[in-house]
Design a protein around this ligand. Sequence first.
Ligand SMILES: Cc1ncc(COP(=O)(O)O)c(C=O)c1O
Length: 430
Amino acid sequence: MSLSFDRSAALIAANARSVAGGVNSNFRIGMAGGPLVFARGDGPYLIDVDGNRLIDYYCGMGAMVLGHTPHPVQQAVKDQVEKGILYAGQSEIEFEAAKILCERIPSAERIRFGSSGSEVAQAAFRLARAATGKRIILKFEGHYHGWFDNILWSTAPGENAAGPEDAPVKVAGTLGQDPIDAAGLDVIGWNDLARLEARLARGDIAGVIMEPAMCNQGAIAPAAGYLEGAQAACRKHGAILIFDEVITGFRLGREGAQKRFGVTPDLSIFAKAIANGFPVAAIVGRADLLDLFVTGGVLHGGTFNAQPVTMAAMVATQKALTPELYEAWSKRGLRLRDGVREILKDAGIKAQVTGFELMFHVGFGLEAPARNYRDLLKTDKAGYVKFAHALLMRGVRVLERGAWFVSSAHDEAVIDATLEAVRGAAKDVA
Ligand SMILES: Cc1ncc(COP(=O)(O)O)c(C=O)c1O
């Protein structure tokens, strides 16, 4: 089986005259097979303009937890549109949305909504600095917290640029970043408690931000005791612990990675899956910290914050995410993850398939599961791109960086069809 993507290619080429590169995010450019143009979604499938019906494991970069066309979310959005689009004032639907998250997420004593993960990360830094009176935000190599200048450092540095593992160099993520924006930031390696404790002991850290499980690159669980140790060290040295749950939220469990791993941070941010594809993000956390927006002189704004249509989508999404749904869905996710691992092994392809039920990572060329970004640098990226392309030609769309997002619409038959395609693609590249 081999598919054609000619119409996508023609549309991208024609529209690159108006849209830069024919895409609206750099993360959609330059993939094997070319950027695709889609006509519609249908559950676990995307149908492109060439008429290909692709099983989709991008799932909107992790946002489409319920698949592409969940009826309750679609209906809630239609109903809300009838009632109005943007009030620049409060609505009952936003209070309902807030209540659900505050009941569900362990760290959520208070909440504020925004529109993207990048943006609420900024709100977290502002709160951490205002609360502590300190300047430095500490982040970890390979972790991604949005595309803004003050945090887009060392997200995917090349081996030569990254410096020594115990003293990484801050590497800019893009041209056009002002080096002054790195002045309020420090970067160290993740999953090494002694290193984190030593850095915090210098006493200048306002906030520590991490993905509680590293999922933007790889799918790496925290080492035993790491999150607990990070929390204790932050408390000891007066730093605010921030979990970036933009990927892990609603994927590593209904209540987030913080519930799964049993560590409640001071602040957390959510986006992506929170409203199944609608632009909603949230910063949640300790009441005294969020109240700095009210009485502490800290500004938080946004024209589209808690936009009612997106809030309706969020409420419908969260209501659909029942414990029963997770139970069955997780079993299917594990069957897929373990199936991919088995097939690659049988085909003699050296790879590590690691991660979680609803989000896992396939790392070609790795001898052992990665523990941090430096381990991931040993990934055979070119080999995996070939495999991802072979899968695409068999009707399965996966991210070239190795991440697989499984939605609740990926039923047993879809998992079977995927594993069949994986068998074929593994033969193609072995
Ligand atoms: C862990 C993590 N944090 C933050 C972001 C930024 O979110 P957004 O793309 O909504 O700005 C992303 C996006 O991929 C992410 O993966």
